[in-house]
Ligand binder design. Structure first.
Ligand code: ADP
Length: 533
């Protein structure tokens, strides 16, 4: 019986940061400011500044294991924090500025964030939720001139600090944290370990996955506050790929200009963004030189066939990927298999609209309503369950235990068919959420608010497919006997609690909402009824 003689070398993000510093120091990082100005730096400079930043954060009392919140765009400083915070042993907690103030307040409180770094352009968002929260330090990345009074200046902190020698960490230490929306409407925290993110970066960089290499210029349109920007910043630092960070302006023209001027080779984001780009390209096919752009990774929501066809017309390849905040996020990638290279167009598109084949080290299975494993015959349907080194084993604070099976698999809430080759196709969702433009809208929250209206007896909100946004909420309402309320009145009622973009576009009035045996709204029936209507 032999025993393993290998070194028990820890898989930490520190090694990725050091690699960027030592081996890819000259690789350019392009960062577009909120003003539109383009700033050029290098991986080496970002890694060096990260060392000073870490010392400064430590001096402010940030200890190993402590969360450090960020309210930033895809910008150079965010990359510096992606490097500094995990490498010093603390936990980078990226906040989504598009959330509601009450959600942000809940998340910050739940994570016990004591220090936050904010881009000056997001100060208003910060002010909208900071009341009642206990921040020890507020650090601002200034636009022009110094940070406002009462805050610390990001640049001054770096300028005044000395470089940190990175501590040795355990690969199971926490490195980063993101919140995901829950079916009950309350966000839940997922804490990623170093090991999870290192393995995720290695696998993401593989040729048949996202294929990130030194020859690439990567433009993550997916925000760095969304599931680690799908792992692209770390994968790029590992491979030595050039990074283009677009800042807040993600309108089609700005993104296309960046792709053309910076000769971007790969980009990634949710379908809604690409829908707009496609329309712009169709309108002016010769305006942008995108000859270097060889793949668009699209995920976070289903990619319609029209999008594959549309980009194919411009010689641009869309690759669909599937993932979740709970899976760091990459779980499956849909690459055309060799057997279909010479296939019919229909057959190829029929494959490309699927969510893909699980990445290496990512186990999948699906179980039907009776808890039985479904056959991989592309006919049986079941809820997708996953496990792997970058899949959550629990939520922060022990919440959401019902999302994990007794044998330790994570329940995705996606209802799928799986073909004989292991390729997933999402058919439905068991979780009550609407995904519009890559952002979640809680159907439960909308329903509760609707049912708080005196004229409403029952309300069910479902997601209906939408060309532009992927999905939009539709409200099915039954009114109390003798009561009356118009769609406009109900929309106004919701507007007191929800942002405009979260309000249902359509209201359907019914006598009674169909229910299951357990008294839940039969949303599958409503979807069939109203999706085609
Ligand atoms: P992210 O922040 O990466 O969007 P979330 O955890 O918010 O991750 O959302 C994950 C969910 O998004 C999945 O469970 C699934 O319902 C949906 N989703 C992600 N990718 C796809 C895809 N390619 N096709 C269809 N739905 C997808």
């Amino acid at each position: 019986m032999l025993s393993n003689s290998m070194d028990d070398y820890p898989l930490t993000l520190t090694r990725i940061v050091e690699r960027a510093e030592r081996f890819h120091a000259d690789v350019e990082v392009v960062s577009r400011r909120p003003s539109g100005a383009v700033e050029r730096t290098t991986l080496g400079e970002c890694a060096a500044r990260a060392r000073n930043l870490a010392t400064a954060l430590e001096a402010l009392g940030v200890r190993p294991g402590d969360p450090v919140a960020t309210l930033l765009w895809n910008q150079r400083e965010h990359l510096e924090l992606y490097f500094a915070v995990p490498a010093m042993g603390s936990v980078i907690h990226t906040l989504n500025p598009r959330l509601f103030p009450y959600e942000l307040a809940f998340i910050v409180d739940d994570a016990s964030d004591g220090v936050i770094i904010i881009d000056e352009s997001l100060l208003q968002v910060f002010e909208s939720f900071r009341a009642g929260l206990d921040f020890r330090h507020v650090i601002v990345v200034p636009q022009d001139g110094p940070a406002p009074a009462g805050t610390l200046d990001y640049e001054a902190l770096i300028a005044d600090a000395t470089p940190m020698t990175w501590p040795e960490l355990d690969e199971r230490d926490a490195a980063a944290m993101c919140y995901t929306s829950g079916t009950t409407g309350r966000p839940k925290g997922v804490v990623y370990s170093h090991r999870a993110l290192v393995l995720h970066s290695l696998v993401a960089a593989l040729p048949d996955q996202l294929a990130v290499s030194a020859g690439d210029t990567v433009l993550p349109v997916v925000p760095m506050f969304h599931a680690n920007a799908w792992g692209l910043p770390y994968a790029a630092a590992l491979a030595g790929a050039r990074l283009v960070l677009p800042g807040p302006r993600l309108d089609p023209e700005s993104v296309l200009n960046l792709c053309a001027h910076e000769r971007v080779t790969m980009t990634a984001g949710v379908p809604t963004v690409w829908m707009g780009m496609l329309a712009a390209l169709d309108a002016e096919p010769d305006r942008w030189d995108l000859s270097e752009l060889n793949r668009l990774i699209v995920g976070g929501a289903a990619v319609p066939r029209s999008m594959f066809e549309g980009f194919d017309r411009h010689g641009l390849t869309v690759v669909q990927a599937w993932g979740m905040t709970e899976t760091a996020p990459l779980g499956a990638v849909c690459r055309l298999p060799v057997r279909l290279y010479e296939g019919e167009r229909d057959e190829q598109y029929g494959f490309r609209v699927r969510q893909g084949v699980a990445t290496p080290f990512f186990d999948i299975r699906a179980r039907d309503d009776n808890g039985e494993l479904i056959a991989w015959d592309d006919a049986a349907m079941g809820e997708l369950e996953v496990r792997g080194p970058w899949v959550a084993g629990s939520y922060h604070g022990g919440r959401g235990t019902e999302n994990f099976t007794v044998d330790g698999w994570f329940r995705t809430g996606d209802v799928v068919r799986i073909d004989a080759h292991g390729c997933i196709r999402i058919c439905d969702r068991s979780k009550d959420l609407v995904k519009s433009g890559g952002e979640w809208i809680s159907s439960v929250d909308l329903e509760n608010q609707l049912m708080a209206h005196p004229a409403v007896a029952q309300a069910a909100v479902i997601a209906v497919p939408d060309e532009r946004w992927g999905e939009r909420p539709l409200a099915v309402v039954s009114l109390c006997d003798g009561a009356d309320a118009s769609a406009d009145e109900l929309r106004e009622h919701l507007a007191q609690e929800f942002a405009r973009w979260q309000l249902p576009d359509r209201f359907e009035f019914v006598q009674a909402i169909p229910c299951t045996a357990t008294g839940k709204f039969k949303k599958s029936q409503l979807r069939t009824q109203f999706t085609t209507a």
